[in-house]
Design a protein. Structure first.
Length: 268
């Protein structure tokens, strides 16, 4: 069992580097790391953390992050956001960017790919035959390299796709041999750019975003970290740009300049 000082060391490391607050999750931290430590031959959690901090390749740190981040998501999650995106945000953007035909959309918690692929499908649906004239690529980032590999592979089970409209399933997925799995078609994969990124790092965008999806990730941050992140997001958006957060999440209205459009949808 992890000792108190070892737990504090790991929780502090994750908080300082990734903004993730694990201070109330000792049992979870122990449970997720215990077997990995045994397999790797480390006798204590401190020994493992020494390896993390001295590993020049960064591989052990990646493993730590992969084990300690939760990546639960599914297709059509909080679908009211995609309805709003299609009916309100995209008509505004189509008019605003009629000259440049350049959309800048970022999914900041891509997980295993369901959300960014959903965004890409909505974009394809909205633009239809005009899509080739527009840059509709979606930037999708996550801190976990493990889930990003799944996202890039784009393979999902029949069960995972059960809520997707049948025409989307036919149009955007290929059935794999065996019949219980589907793979995202290359045409849709090409519309999503997956990258590993830590939300605590400075945002590297050369130009401001039109829409940012940051759903169900701020639940892992304390209030101060959340406020700082929301300010960075605000600064990274074009005037009039939209922010989508999880429907169970809230923003401190008194500390942000965002206008609330409806719960979980905000505008600069």
């Amino acid at each position: 069992m992890i000792k108190d000082d070892e737990f504090i060391r790991i929780a502090s490391y994750m908080k300082q580097r990734y903004g993730i607050d694990l201070y109330q999750k000792k049992v979870i931290v122990n449970g997720r790391l215990e077997n990995y430590l045994k397999r790797g031959g480390w006798k204590t959690f401190d020994e493992f953390m020494n390896a993390v901090e001295h590993d020049k390749t960064g591989n052990q740190e990646k493993m730590l992050v992969n084990f300690l981040t939760t990546n639960h998501t599914y297709f059509m999650r909080e679908f009211e956001h995609f309805d709003f995106f299609k009916s309100q945000v995209l008509p505004w953007l189509k008019q605003k960017e009629a000259g440049r035909k350049d959309l800048r959309i970022w999914c900041g918690a891509a997980s295993s790919g369901e959300e960014p692929y959903m965004i890409a499908m909505v974009l394809a649906d909205f633009f239809g035959m005009e899509r080739g004239q527009w840059d509709t690529k979606v930037l999708a980032t996550d801190i976990s390299t493990k889930v990003l590999q799944k996202a890039m592979a784009g393979i999902y089970t029949d069960e995972q796709l059960k809520n997707i409209p049948e025409q989307w399933k036919k149009h955007f997925f290929n059935k794999l041999a065996g019949g219980t799995q589907y793979q995202v078609k290359q045409e849709l994969k090409d519309e999503v750019i997956f990258r590993q990124f830590n939300l605590m790092d400075p945002f590297p965008f050369k130009r401001k975003m039109h829409t940012i999806f940051l759903r169900n990730v701020m639940i892992y941050f304390d209030e101060k970290t959340k406020r700082e992140l929301v300010q960075k997001v605000y600064d990274a958006l074009e005037p009039g740009g939209y922010l989508f957060i999880g429907t169970t999440e809230t923003l401190d209205r008194s500390s942000t300049a965002f206008h609330i459009i409806q719960p979980s949808i905000f505008r600069k």
